[in-house]
Design a protein around this ligand. Structure first.
Ligand SMILES: [Zn+2]
Length: 497
């Protein structure tokens, strides 16, 4: 209804004034004007004969026609728009007051064809609910859940802009934080109770908010079992869960509890189980194989510290060369400004060349940054891995559930249980530790003063670690949210634990 908001109308008028046309065909006059200003313009063109004729299916308007008739129709046209908008708003309000979410349906819902009421989408609603179940376990990160959800074939509905799309990261967060799914909705800054089927209870919603408030991966919640959510079944790819069996002995009146791990069996796997002790023993054996001599670690950490000074000089040297190229481009950019100022280059040329130089500067800066930080990142990876090799075994054997769980998370980024064997995929550095021969270094004396007696083995080991660290793209510990699990394509739901 506001004047000057219709560029196509503007363009049409301009072309008529230029003489490109002298008549209009339209369905109804109310399609032609939306306000008095537009009407006035057209009426004027018609009266002065620039427009010779406006033709609608009902009638024709000519310059000699009585102006009043059109004026009345024009005011009807803007009244029509006012009414239309009021009706739409009233419809929305009425719908909301009746308890129906009045806007475009949210993910998982659709508008029922006959009643026009919001109903669960038969395909998407159950999939989203299953995703909520995963998040509610507290062992699935948002990103893992999202990948799983899309793996089940979740896609948004087709719309005018194209085919349905898989769930996006931001869409997933919006979904998990949206109170709408508990059966309420927001209208005009108010929360109203909706008539749509809720997807989860308010308690579940609050629990999810609490889970999401904590960092992903190892959440500070109490775990009943150290390895749930970590291991996958080698047969079907489902998560492995744990449960407790209690045996009572009638003769003595005592009872004893045993913990077992088994596949959730969602894909029909027989739920053959392995005793928790046995599973733990397997992890421990592998951990032991990667254990490092504390004295070696101490020496190696010292060496790595010394690396840092060297690397800084190297990085400085490199960035000096980078700096030269960078300065050269910046000089070019400066003179370009001056040339533009003096009118020596056209605006077009200026824009093009400026974009080129800016791109070069960005690329050079990125490169310099990568070189400067790569060495430091590799060093940190080596330091953390060495510390892990020194401490993990003790932490695992002496610690409680949370410590065990944390060590296990850092130790492997994928655990696959194919009964009775547990396979563990570790960071390449940890794998490297396994190859070091366990020699007894106890006869060696080390001190800062006599570096000659450091065994050549140690040097070779540290060189290996440096090589793997700089060759591997992954930092240690591996961010599990970024890596995918083997056999991650199957549908399954871990039990709470
Ligand atoms: Zn299985």
């Amino acid at each position: 209804m506001k004047p000057d908001t219709r560029p196509v109308f503007r363009n049409m008028i301009n072309r008529i004034i230029k003489g490109e046309a002298n008549a209009l065909l339209c369905w109804h006059l109310n399609r032609l004007y939306r306000n008095q200003k537009e009407y006035g313009e057209l009426a004027h063109l018609l009266e002065t004969g620039v427009i010779q004729c406006i033709k609608t299916p009902e009638r024709e308007y000519h310059p000699e026609d009585h102006g009043l008739l059109m004026a009345i129709e024009a005011s009807m046209a803007s009244q029509y728009v006012r009414d239309l908008r009021r009706d739409v708003n009233r419809g929305v309000r009425e719908k909301a007051e009746k308890g129906w979410y009045p806007y475009k349906p949210k993910a998982g819902y659709s508008v029922a064809e006959f009643t026009k009421e919001l109903a669960p989408d038969p395909v998407r609603f159950p999939l989203l609910r299953r995703a909520l179940d995963l998040v509610l376990t507290g062992t699935w990160s948002v990103e893992e859940t999202r990948i799983e959800l899309n793996g089940w074939g979740y896609k948004s509905p087709r719309n005018s802009t194209g085919d349905g799309k898989p769930m996006t990261r931001s869409g997933m967060y919006r979904f998990l934080h949206d109170r709408f799914y508990t059966g309420v909705f927001q209208f005009a800054d108010e929360w109203l109770v909706g008539k749509h089927d809720p997807m989860l209870t308010r308690q579940e919603f609050e629990k999810i908010q609490r889970i999401l408030a904590k960092p992903d991966q190892i959440r500070a919640q109490a775990h009943k079992f150290p390895f749930t959510g970590l291991i996958r079944c080698g047969t079907c790819g489902c998560l492995v869960t744990a449960e407790i069996h209690t045996n009572s002995y009638k003769t003595t009146g005592h009872s004893r509890s045993y913990t077992y791990y088994h596949c959730t069996g969602r894909k029909g796997c027989p739920k053959n189980s392995i005793a928790a002790d046995e599973l733990e023993a397997q992890i421990l054996t592998k951990l032991e194989g990667c254990r490092l001599d504390p004295r070696f670690v101490e020496w190696a950490l010292g060496e790595l510290k010394a690396d840092r000074a060297n690397e800084e000089t190297v990085a400085n040297l490199i960035s000096e060369t980078q700096g030269d190229s960078l300065r050269a481009v910046k000089v070019k950019l400066d003179s370009l400004w001056e040339m533009r100022h003096a009118g020596e280059v056209t605006h077009q040329e200026f824009i093009g060349r400026k974009a080129l130089y800016m791109g070069q500067i960005e690329a050079l800066e990125d490169e310099a940054h990568l070189i400067a930080t790569k060495a430091e990142r590799d060093r940190q990876t080596a330091i953390r891995a060495l510390t892990f090799g020194r401490d993990a075994y003790d932490k695992f054997t002496r610690g409680g559930i949370e410590e065990k769980r944390q060590v296990a998370f850092e130790f492997g980024y994928a655990y696959v249980l194919t009964l009775p064997t547990l396979q563990i995929a570790s960071h390449p550095i940890i794998d490297k530790f396994r190859t070091f021969e366990c020699k007894d270094h106890s006869s060696q004396q080390i001190g800062p003063g006599d570096p000659h007696i450091i065994s050549s083995d140690w040097r070779a080991m540290l060189d290996d670690i440096r090589t793997v660290a700089s060759g591997s793209e992954m930092s240690f510990p591996i961010d599990r949210r970024a890596s995918s699990f083997p056999g991650n394509t199957n549908i399954c739901k871990p039990s709470t634990g």
